[in-house]
Design a protein around this ligand. Structure first.
Ligand code: ZN
Length: 235
């Protein structure tokens, strides 16, 4: 069933947000996308977005009809005010506070707030994000409670009835591949495999069975393990 709502998908060009985009296209009458440039080391993920969107359109005439504007937002202020391994050329490591130094404090909070402001202007009433508590790297801004609290805060602060949807919240990476397979078949799985970007280091040298990447950073390890579990148990 297609809901009459308009959705804004936080679309980075990675595996998770591409799966979320397919999920939204299969569910809502109108879908727009938003991406953020915050000086990330893996800026290649921004470079893959336009071609990826075109190929998503080519997968389905229905998806093509529902997919609207893409909005690219400059959030370079994040790299000015924070110091993390995602925005600086330092080694990825665990910090004393138990969080990896790839954690960008406030990132998802800021993303959701900016997305809500854009949704307000565009008349969209659902925000879709790929946050996941199941195999997250301990990022507190990926937690379900964080997103639910944010939904309340945004609606109170803007007098809106926005809904924050996080379809990947309770599934692991293997199940995320399975969800892509259910939504768009092998064609979508193949597209995600070869055209999305996940690697924290921005490496796109070699195409592995699970996609491009360095193969050793936490994001690559998670993606590769999930893909192998998916291939072993596709449904
Ligand atoms: Zn990597």
């Amino acid at each position: 069933m297609i809901f009459p709502n308009g959705a804004l998908v936080l679309f980075s060009g990675g595996q998770d947000s591409t799966t979320c985009l397919a999920w939204a296209l299969a569910r809502y009458a109108r879908v727009e996308t938003i991406g953020f440039d915050y000086g990330q080391r893996h800026a290649v993920e921004l470079a893959v977005r336009p071609a990826l969107l075109q190929k998503m359109r080519a997968l389905s005439t229905d998806w093509n009809a529902r997919l609207g504007e893409d909005h690219m937002i400059d959030l370079s202020l994040l790299s000015q005010i924070s110091d993390t391994a995602l925005t600086r050329d330092v080694e990825i490591a665990m910090q004393d506070n138990g969080l990896p130094n790839t954690f960008v404090p406030g990132r998802n909070l800021l993303f959701m707030m900016v997305a809500a402001t854009l949704a307000y202007r565009r008349g969209l009433d659902v925000l879709v994000g790929g946050m996941c508590e199941t195999d997250f790297s301990g990022y507190p801004d990926c937690r379900d409670d964080t997103m639910k609290a944010l939904q309340v805060a945004l609606n109170l602060g803007m007098a809106t009835r926005l809904k924050v949807e996080t379809p990947l919240m309770w599934i692991d990476k293997a199940a995320t591949w399975r969800l892509a397979s259910q939504l768009g078949g092998q064609a979508l799985v193949d597209l995600i495999r070869s055209d999305t970007h996940t690697c924290y280091l921005g490496e796109r040298g070699a195409l592995h069975d699970w996609g491009y990447g360095c193969g050793t950073c936490p994001a690559c390890e998670l993606r590769a393990r999930g893909y192998r579990e998916f291939v072993a148990k596709p449904a």
